[in-house]
Design a protein around this ligand. Structure first.
Ligand code: LMR
Length: 396
């Protein structure tokens, strides 16, 4: 049977991780996979996570199954973190999922169950796993313009023109904050216009929020998600705890599905539970329990928020330093946008051959579309990166 299998295309982000590890050069720089790294290149376990895990070890007396939706306390704590009181609780169905990717996958499966012909609209560009999963599920898919690589800015006119073609019931996937891969986010005015456009088209928004707390702060980063959640009858929201709690390998995420009323929530919840059961029965629990412990304990929460804030400001400082260094070393302001972007990523906007040369000649690993993980830098490697970019870009 397996003789019929064909090679699958390598994941662009994950294959870069392998190539970086195999590179023997000392001065290599990893700007690939979206994992936070401190100044020494480590991805530490956050202090509050360590403490919460210790408490669980001391206190937990069973590893028996929880429930198909996961621990209700986790849903409540995450709904509060992401949505606050923007939507009445009785309108929110939720399931714990294996990471944010699990939430994206289950959201798409719910859409397919509810509206098999719905088309999914994805920003161009978006996280490569979005189109990959949509395609794998056999759902119709279209891109809408989002980013102009030549300016490093959002192509908002193009975006609105494309979203103006969305059909009733189509699903439009938006990034909650810290757009991956560009780092370019809608302003509040642009968001309001986008919402009006989608309301007029009778579209269903789906939000992927994987970097809450990495951009402008926990509440500011949830602004768009809350606004969208409170503006439509039905919304799907995939939230990840991988980055903001640093629990990447624990696979911790939550899918929220906003329904019109309590009766619709009940049926939606049943369908979400069903989808969990079909795909993996019970969602992973350890990371979810750690997150719940942190969010519901004032002391742990304060410590987590403080550490997250350090992570956020470190990345902001690196952005500023990189923009300045690039301005100095390339003698141009073409990369100034790096300082204005938010979150882990910025897209440099250079062609693939430049990305290849950066890797081959300078040991700089960024994704092929020139996405850089800003957290892969430290204050010593910023000038090194800027010098490499300046050298490769000379005369272009
Ligand atoms: C990324 O975009 O690098 C992260 O979300 C990790 C991944 O799974 O691709």
């Amino acid at each position: 049977m397996f003789e019929t299998l064909k090679e699958q295309p390598a994941d662009k982000i994950l294959s870069l991780m392998t190539a970086y590890r195999a590179d023997p050069r000392d001065r290599k720089i990893d700007l690939g996979v979206g994992v936070y790294k401190d100044a020494s290149g480590n991805t530490p376990v956050m202090r509050a996570v360590k403490k919460a895990e210790q408490r669980l070890v001391d206190r937990q007396e069973t590893k028996a199954y929880v429930g198909l939706a996961g621990d209700p306390a986790f849903s409540d704590a995450m709904i509060d973190l992401v949505l606050k009181d923007s939507v009445p609780r009785e309108r929110i169905a939720a399931i714990a999922t294996p990471g944010g990717t699990g939430a994206v996958r289950q959201a798409l499966e719910l859409i397919r169950l509810a509206a098999p012909r719905a088309r999914v609209w994805l920003s161009n560009p978006t996280w490569p796993n979005h189109p990959s999963i949509v395609k794998f599920l056999g759902m119709p898919m279209t891109e809408y313009r989002y980013f102009d690589s030549s300016t490093g800015l959002i192509d908002f006119d193009g975006m609105l023109a494309d979203l103006g073609k969305v059909a009733e019931g189509d699903v439009v996937l938006l990034h909650g904050c810290c757009h991956n891969p560009t780092g370019a986010n809608l302003t509040r005015e642009q968001l309001a216009e986008t919402i009006s456009c989608l309301q007029a088209r009778k579209a269903i928004p789906m939000v992927d929020i994987a970097y809450q707390g990495f951009g402008d702060g926990l509440d500011a980063d949830a602004y768009a998600t809350r606004k969208i959640a409170s503006s439509f009858d039905n919304v799907l929201i995939a939230a990840s705890c991988s980055k903001n709690f640093g629990v990447y390998r624990e696979r911790t995420g939550l899918l929220m599905a906003i329904a019109r009323d309590a009766a619709e929530t009940k049926v939606t919840q049943g369908n979400l539970n069903f989808l969990n059961r079909q795909n993996y029965s019970f969602p992973p629990d350890h990371g979810a329990r750690v997150v719940t412990e942190i969010l519901t304990d004032p002391e742990l929460r304060a410590d987590w928020e403080a550490e997250l804030e350090e992570v956020r400001t470190t990345m902001l400082d690196l952005r500023k330093q990189l923009a300045e260094e690039l301005r100095r070393q390339t003698n141009s302001d073409r990369f100034d946008f790096v300082a204005d972007h938010r979150g882990m990523f910025s897209r440099l906007g250079v062609p693939t051959d430049v990305v290849d040369r950066l890797r081959e000649e300078h040991g700089v690993y960024m994704v092929g579309d020139s996405r850089m993980n800003i957290a892969g830098l430290n204050k010593d490697t910023v000038p090194q990166l800027a010098a490499a970019i300046a050298a490769v870009m000379q005369g272009r």
